[in-house]
Ligand binder design. Structure first.
Ligand SMILES: NC(=O)c1ccc[n+]([C@@H]2O[C@H](COP(=O)([O-])OP(=O)(O)OC[C@H]3O[C@@H](n4cnc5c(N)ncnc54)[C@H](O)[C@@H]3O)[C@@H](O)[C@H]2O)c1
Length: 285
């Protein structure tokens, strides 16, 4: 057995694969959604064990049947990301069955019409109740799983959490006030938790986020595309402000997710990685 760490021995001894995901148990909330499902597919192709968490039985079973065509290492549990009690029960079941949780990806999220400012409205027309529901889903829907599954990870001082932020976190993107507020809070929560967990539980616990730019999904399809597939004015404005001049494809999140899940990023915590075709770098001029 070599006395040095593996990294000193590269070339002479074992070949290291910093990106190895084999035997990692990975949970994905929102794993039946457009982005979460794409991530689940990729992780299964890379030999991880993937567990989907979804709040409705039927879509969960449909997603699982589909993903089983890629790998048998997929499982799923019904639970709502804003319901603490069910999530605790699910956490216990996962620990009993798999013995550990390596990664949690908080990809459940969404918006509500009443929390957005319609084309003929102003901010004063926003429905406060729906605003609260959006904050609940996007913010508490990541906080609650993080606290519950993070506590299980803390017992072994090992685990990685990945949140999903947005371009709307960092700057004002018109109309989506509730969504923007919740995603801004996700960025701070990511940093706060990364500090807390590293300080109290050591360097085996990491919390990071990805911030996707604009990907056409269920939440924004109607805002960005017309029925005939052409872009709306808003869709065109986004393309003009994206130096790569296109929307993202779901599989373009996989590289950053793989990095953040794996040993390749073992000294990385508290960051938010934009995956946005240059949108956040561009001044528009
Ligand atoms: N699509 C984009 O352009 C984009 C850009 C930036 C960030 N995001 C974020 O990425 C994440 C995934 O987005 P998406 O485009 O795949 O959306 P999506 O609507 O396809 O997926 C979200 C999933 O979350 C699930 N969900 C909703 N409420 C839930 C609850 N209470 N409990 C459990 N699951 C629940 C939905 O059923 C859905 O399957 C979201 O956080 C979204 O805000 C998306």
């Amino acid at each position: 057995m070599c006395a040095h760490t593996k990294s000193f021995c590269v070339g002479n001894f074992e070949k290291m694969n910093l990106f190895d995901l084999k035997e990692k148990v990975m949970l994905i909330t929102g794993g039946c959604g457009v982005l979460g499902n794409g991530i689940a597919r990729y992780l299964l192709q890379n030999e991880a064990t993937v567990i989907l968490l979804h709040y409705k039985e039927k879509p969960l079973q449909e997603s699982l049947a589909d993903l089983k065509k890629i790998s048998g290492n997929v499982d799923g549990f019904v639970c709502n990301v804003v319901e603490e009690k069910t999530m605790e029960l699910v956490c216990d079941k996962i620990i009993q069955k798999y013995g550990k949780i390596d990664v949690l990806i908080n990809a459940a999220g969404g918006n509500k019409p009443g929390a957005t400012v319609g084309p003929d409205q102003s901010v004063f027309d926003v429905d406060i109740e729906q605003f609260k529901q959006v904050i609940d889903l996007n913010l508490f829907g990541s906080i609650i799983p993080t606290l519950i599954f993070g506590k299980a990870m803390a017992l072994t001082k090992s685990g990685t959490i990945i949140n999903v932020s947005s371009m709307a976190a960092d700057r004002a993107i018109t109309r989506v006030m509730g969504y923007s507020t919740s995603k801004a809070a996700i960025d701070n929560f990511t940093k706060w938790m990364s500090v807390e967990l590293a300080q109290k539980y050591g360097d085996g616990m990491r919390v990071n986020a990805i911030a996707p730019g604009f990907f056409i999904g269920n939440q924004n399809r109607a805002l960005l595309t017309n029925k005939d597939g052409s872009y709306t004015d808003r869709g065109n404005t986004i393309i003009q402000n994206t130096p790569m001049k296109r929307f993202g494809e779901a599989d373009e999140l996989n590289g950053a997710i793989h990095y953040l899940c794996s040993e390749a990023s073992k000294f990385v915590t508290g960051i938010v990685i934009p995956i946005d075709g240059g949108f956040s770098a561009y001044s528009g001029v």
